[in-house]
Write a protein that binds this ligand. Structure first.
Ligand SMILES: [Zn+2]
Length: 130
């Protein structure tokens, strides 16, 4: 990959990392707040529990993404950015533009996703509209 492109992806990734760090810290803070407010007065325990789990899972997801972004930045430093970590083929630039922290090519990603949903016993309901 050309240095100019690498620099551009590095910048995108660094911005993403900063945004994620801020969000995960804020989500962690809000999670604590919800917990300390308890369910004593007007908030139903179940609602509080739900809100807490939602915030925890949100920050969990974002922590995972943060890890992916950091790995991608390391690969830029190593000079392996843009190569699929599974098969070694080049990851298409279209994919990198859409998902700059992508560590695998589309083919390997699909295989991994199929494996995951098989492990979970079916398609996941966690992809997003709620
Ligand atoms: Zn691959």
């Amino acid at each position: 990959m050309r240095k100019r492109d690498l620099d551009r992806f590095r910048k995108v990734l660094e911005e993403r990392r900063a945004a994620l760090e801020e969000r995960t810290e804020r989500a962690a803070g809000e999670g604590r707040e919800t917990v300390t407010q308890g369910g004593e007065d007007y908030v139903d325990d179940a609602v509080t529990q739900y809100a807490r789990e939602f915030l925890l899972s949100l920050s969990d997801l974002e922590r995972k993404q943060l890890q992916l972004v950091e790995d991608a930045l390391e690969r830029i430093d190593d000079g392996t950015y843009g190569e699929c970590i599974t098969c070694g083929e080049n990851v298409s630039e279209v994919r990198l533009k859409a998902v700059p922290w992508a560590a695998t090519c589309v083919k390997c990603q699909e295989i991994a996703e199929r494996g995951n949903s098989m492990m979970l016993g079916g398609p996941s309901h966690a992809d997003g509209d709620e």
